[in-house]
Design a protein around this ligand. Structure first.
Ligand SMILES: [Fe+2]
Ligand SMILES: [Fe+2]
Length: 376
């Protein structure tokens, strides 16, 4: 067997094994450095075919992106004061009971104050990871401008570079000015995934890793936080970012649909494996390893406890995949070959979203910025 197939086999067998997650979960050694460099193995591609609109669906997306731009400095009201204690969610009683009542739990005996602190830190942790993911998207999309061979896709990707710069900007500003600069380092699992995506020489893997997997998850996560937060600045910030993200995910689906039609079975299987590995890394990152480290509790035990949560408490984690699964289905990689990816998504408990709406179908309906422009 090759190194890759060994690694994938190990991931399949140990998807839900805490030891595997912990192997790469320990303290992020990158924290002390201001920069992190990754080898980008792709070739930059010129095209001499300047026929605009040869791919009408990408052309439409490009035109839409141009009229849905917004300005993070002037379209959001940064004068709003944010109260950190009010911002964080109320601790979920079922979760508190699960983690605090059993003497074996690492959070056994946590006080109300400590639980409130968990909510506040979770909030800072989530927004920090959003910000790091946005920077990953900024780099990946700049890479797509270089590597994709179609002019309509280069045009569209250029608009996404601007979108992602704005997203990094507004999350960084929110963390800095509203959350006392409480920034967590990039989660190791997320960081490895971003490195892998940039490292891969095949241009379509950037799309699959970023537009389908990372941004698909981000779209669901932003939607969830947008629904639950009452803080007006964050609510509008998230809603505007979501308007852009829906377009980004649609860009991935529309581009890959055409490309995947011409791949052979072996090449499709490689895409399925890449998607599964990405899904697992993203699931693993939500164990919030570096946050628990800050609380001084046993991180491995916390990972184990989170993996063993009763099914009804995993609903939020599973919902994060509600965009990814239907988009993979639309791309045909869920059932290609012997349905390998369907089996993997079943293993990690997210296959139930397969018939939810795909993002190439819903992106226009999610464009709040266009609606605001129309009524202004
Ligand atoms: Fe973004
Ligand atoms: Fe994006």
């Amino acid at each position: 067997m090759t190194d890759t197939s060994d690694r994938i086999e190990d991931l399949v067998q140990n998807a839900n094994t805490p030891e595997r997650i912990m192997e790469i979960s320990m303290t992020n050694t990158d924290v002390a450095n201001v920069i992190h460099s990754v080898e980008d193995n792709a070739e930059a591609i010129f095209t001499w075919n300047y026929e605009k609109g040869e791919r009408p669906r990408l052309d439409k997306l490009y035109e839409k992106a141009k009229t849905s731009q917004w300005n993070g400095q002037t379209d959001l009201d940064w004068s709003i004061d944010v109260d950190l204690d009010e911002l964080a969610n109320e601790p979920d009683p079922a979760e508190v009971a699960y983690f605090a009542d059993s003497p074996e739990s690492p959070l056994y005996g946590f006080s109300d104050d400590q639980w409130n602190q968990v909510e506040i830190e979770s909030f800072k942790w989530s927004l920090s990871q959003f910000m790091h993911g946005e920077q990953g998207a900024l780099l990946c999309t700049a890479k797509i401008v270089e590597t994709v061979p179609w002019i309509d896709a280069k045009y569209y990707a250029a608009t996404q570079v601007v979108d992602e710069a704005r997203h990094v900007e507004v999350f960084a500003q929110y963390l800095d000015t509203k959350l006392d600069g409480g920034i967590y380092p990039c989660n190791v699992h997320l960081g490895l995934l971003l490195d892998d995506i940039i490292n891969d020489s095949r241009w379509d893997m950037t799309y699959l890793g970023m537009q389908i997997m990372v941004e698909g998850l981000a779209l669901a996560a932003f939607g969830f936080m947008h629904q639950t937060t009452k803080e007006p600045l964050l609510k509008k910030l998230l809603r505007y970012v979501m308007s852009d993200e829906a377009r980004h995910v649609a860009f991935g689906v529309l581009s890959l649909q055409e490309f995947y039609e011409n791949l052979n079975a072996k090449e499709i299987r490689e895409r399925q494996e890449f998607a599964f590995e990405a899904a697992l890394r993203m699931r693993d990152r939500f164990m919030r390893q570096e946050m628990w480290e800050g609380f001084g509790v046993d991180v491995k035990q916390m990972v184990e406890y989170q993996l063993n949560m009763p099914e009804e408490m995993k609903v939020f984690q599973q919902l994060l995949f509600s965009k990814i699964v239907p988009n993979c289905k639309k791309l045909g990689i869920l059932d290609a070959g012997d349905g390998w990816l369907r089996d993997r998504f079943t293993d990690i408990g997210v296959i139930q979203f397969e018939d939810w709406v795909d993002t190439a179908t819903e992106y226009e309906a999610l464009d709040e910025v266009a609606k605001d422009r129309a009524t202004a």
